[in-house]
Write a protein that binds this ligand. Sequence first.
Ligand code: AMP
Ligand code: ZN
Length: 473
Amino acid sequence: MQILNTLSRILEEITPRAGEGKTLSLYTCGPTVYAYAHIGNFRAYVFEDLLQRHLQERGFIVRRVMNLTDVDDKTIRGAHAAGIPLGEYTQPFKEAFFADAKTLRLLPAEAYPEATDSEQIACMIAMIGTLMEKGHAYQVEDGSVYFRIASFPDYGRLAHVDLENQQSGQRVASDEYDKEAVADFALWKAWVPEDGSVGWESPWGKGRPGWHIECSAMATGILGETIDIHCGGVDNIFPHHEAEIAQCECACHGQGPFVRYWMHCAHLMVEGSKMAKSAGNFFTLRDLLEKGWTGREVRHALISVHYRGALNFTMDGLGAARTALGRLDAWRERLTEKAREIAESETEAELPDPATEEFFAALDDDLNISSALAVLFETLRESNRRMDQVDEEKLTPSQARGLLNWLARVDGVLALEPEAVITIPSEVEELVAARAIARDAKEWQKSDEIRDQIASLGWLVKDTKEGQKITKA
Ligand code: AMP
Ligand code: ZN
C-alpha cells in the first residue's frame, strides 16, 4: 500500500519496521474534550478508521492509540465558566465522543490515554526533564519551560516552512513572555490563578503541560520511540506535529525518526470555510441525528471523498449518501435472495469477477476511495443487469454468494452495511411481557426472577423511563 507522506511529499510504500512482523503502530491525535466533537473532527477520525481497516484487510496488525486532550486553555476556561472541577467538566464530552465514535462505526483504538492521567503527566515531566538536560529547553522567570527551536535545525521540515525569520533570535518584548525566540513553544506552563485547582507539581514548580508535549509523551510512552504512522487534520501539521517531532527527536535516545509516515486529511468545509467550533459553522453528530440522519449516512458522506480532497458539507451531500446506501441495501437483499435459491450446503461460492479486486487495489493507492466506490457501483450495476437476464448470462446463486462474500470484505473496510436487525425470540418476548405485568403489580421479586430467566436465555433487560429495553447479553 502506498500513501502520500506529508514529510517527503511523495508516495511511499508502507512497510513494517524490521523485526516487527506485520505490525504497524498508528497514532492519531484525538479530541480536545471541551465541547462535543463536530463532524469536521469526525472527518479526520473516519479517514483514520478507513486507513486502519484497509491496512487490516491487507493483513497488517494495527496498534492504534488515540489521545484525549483533557487539559488545555479551552478545557480550563470551560470548567471555570461552568464553576465545576476540570474532570467533571470534561467527563460528559469524553462519553459523548465514545458514543459518537460508535455511531460512526469507528474501530476502537488499543488505548485512549488522557493527558490528566498521573502516569502520563509523569511521562511528560520526564520528557521535559530530558530536554532540559540536553539543552533543548529553558525555564523563564514565571516558571514556564520552553522548547528552544534554535537547538533543532530540522524544525520546519514537516510543514516545509522556512523558520529563518522566526528564529533570528528576536526576543519578545513583553513582560508576559520571556522567550528567547518568538517561535519557541511552551513545554510546561507555570500555574496562574486562572488555572484554579488545575496544576501538578514538577521540578519547575506547579503548572501544566503544553499541548504538544502531551501527544509526544503519550505517543512514545505507549508505542515506543518510533511510530510508523501518525495522522491528523492538516491544521495539526504546524505547529503541533512539527513540535511533536522536535520534542521526540531531541528527547529520544534512539536513532530512528519519531514518525515514519505522516498523513493529514483536508478540512471539512462549510460554504468555503473550515468547519470549526470558533467559526460557529459546525454540526455535531447529535445535531444531524436529531434531524433524522443516521450515523451510517454521515459516515458515508465523510468517507466517500478522498481524504486529501475538498469536501464541502451540505444536506444535499447527506441526501446523496442516503440514496447510495439505499441502492447498496437493495442490491444486497437481491443478492441474498438469489443466493438462497439453492440450499447452503449445495452451493459453492463462485469467485467474483477478478475486476472486483480493483476495489482494494484502489485503496492501496493512497486510499483512492473514488476509484474504489466506482468499482463497487460498477459491480452492483453489472450484477443487477445479470439478475434481470433470463438467458445463460443470468447470475447464478453461487455467483451471488461469491459476490456476497466479496461484499463482506468490502464491508470490513467501508463499514457501511445496514444495522443488523436483531430479532428477539418469542420466548424472551413472552417473558418480557410477563415481567411488565409483574412490575405494574409491584411484584418486585417476581420481576427479578423473570429478569434472571431472561438472562439465562442470553438477553439483558434494562428498565428505562420508556419501559424495558432488551439487548443481547
Ligand atoms: P481538536 O479537537 O481541535 O484537537 O481536533 C481534533 C482533530 O480534528 C484534529 O486531528 C484536527 O486536525 C481535526 N479537525 C478539526 N477541524 C476539522 C475539520 N473542519 N475538518 C477535518 N478535520 C478537522
Ligand atoms: Zn496530537
